[in-house]
Design a protein around this ligand. Structure first.
Ligand code: FES
Length: 312
């Protein structure tokens, strides 16, 4: 339920970008051209049945295809392995309309961009959007632990002043020292959860206020998540127990329920279900107050007692 409209597309090209990252270029199969992509937007790609994954769109201007970059994560939830090991040119997929969740304020006189690894992808779209504008741009790009610098040539072409920090060559960087040089800039940061959290913490200590961040959600679910509760699915006549150490989404998937999901962090709206009875403990960051009266995100939110779902 509430799965966003998906577009049919096929892989047109696959490019190795270094550091276990591959770019996948998609072309439309059910329309003449894709909708335009605002800078910083992402798409939800249906990698396999019941497996939606969120990727930044970073197509260079003038290319009518959609490009996403996917890092192979051997210990991830399997989406990147499907794309790296099985996806071939010509394969058909479904992907969502662009979701502008990490928008760029286009009218600032100066910007500082901080990217970690594949977090460079939304920053690439910002650099393309700002090309030719009279603004100052600072870009700090943290290479991967193995020293790989994906998209290096493209980054250097778009932003010759880029500062590349390579852990195999440079000493560890102090985020506060780094941010001191960006006090007056619009600050955007994208990368892994720890990288982004470190930058946010440093910005807070320096009193820089909110910085714009996008992190690759790495949800570690262990231990106590909340009180156990019961999920009642009258349409399929299933009644499921959600224990205190599992999410409702995990229990639904284990039961074979056909439900989409992507972020598993309550931000992407992929997994929304409608509730017709029961109290909901909302932990998402994507529903409005009005929506919370009847909808919930089972990836993070929980019920109390008995929760009756209409849409599954
Ligand atoms: S999977 Fe993204 S909100 Fe639930």
């Amino acid at each position: 339920m509430a799965v966003r409209l998906l577009m049919k597309a096929s892989i047109d090209q696959i490019v190795d970008e270094g550091g276990d990252i591959r770019s996948f270029y998609f072309k439309p199969e059910d329309r003449g051209h894709f909708p335009p992509v605002p800078a910083g937007a992402h798409t939800l790609l249906r990698v396999a049945k019941g497996m939606m994954r969120q990727y930044s769109l970073c197509t260079p201007p003038g290319d009518s295809r959609y490009r996403v970059a996917i890092r192979l994560d051997a210990f991830g939830r399997g989406g990147s392995r499907v794309m790296h090991e099985a996806a071939r040119v010509g394969d058909v997929f479904y992907l969502s309309y662009p979701q502008p969740d990490f928008p760029l304020d286009p009218d600032r006189p100066s910007y500082s961009f901080f990217a970690g690894g594949v977090g460079i992808t939304p920053i690439l779209s910002f650099l393309y959007a700002l090309r030719g504008r009279a603004c100052r741009i600072r870009l700090c790009y943290f290479a991967r632990a193995d020293g790989a610098v994906p998209f290096e040539q493209e980054v250097r072409t778009l932003c010759p002043q880029v500062e590349i920090f390579n852990p195999t060559k440079n000493r560890p960087v102090n985020f506060k020292d780094l941010l001191r040089g960006s006090r007056d800039d619009a600050i955007y940061c994208c990368g892994g959860t720890r990288f982004v959290a470190g930058m946010q913490q440093a910005a807070e200590v320096l009193g820089l206020g909110d910085i714009h961040v996008e992190s690759f959600v790495s949800v570690v679910k262990a231990g106590y998540l909340g009180e156990p509760f019961v999920v009642d699915l009258p349409r399929s006549r299933h009644v499921l127990q959600v224990p205190s150490d599992r999410t409702m989404l995990e229990v639904l998937l284990e039961d074979g329920v056909d439900i989409d999901y992507a972020c598993e962090a309550g931000v992407c709206r992929s997994c929304i279900v409608d509730v017709i009875e029961g109290e909901i403990i909302h932990r998402d960051q994507c529903l409005t107050d009005e929506e919370r009266r009847t909808l919930m995100t089972p990836c993070v939110s929980r019920g109390r007692g008995r929760t009756v779902i209409n849409s599954l």
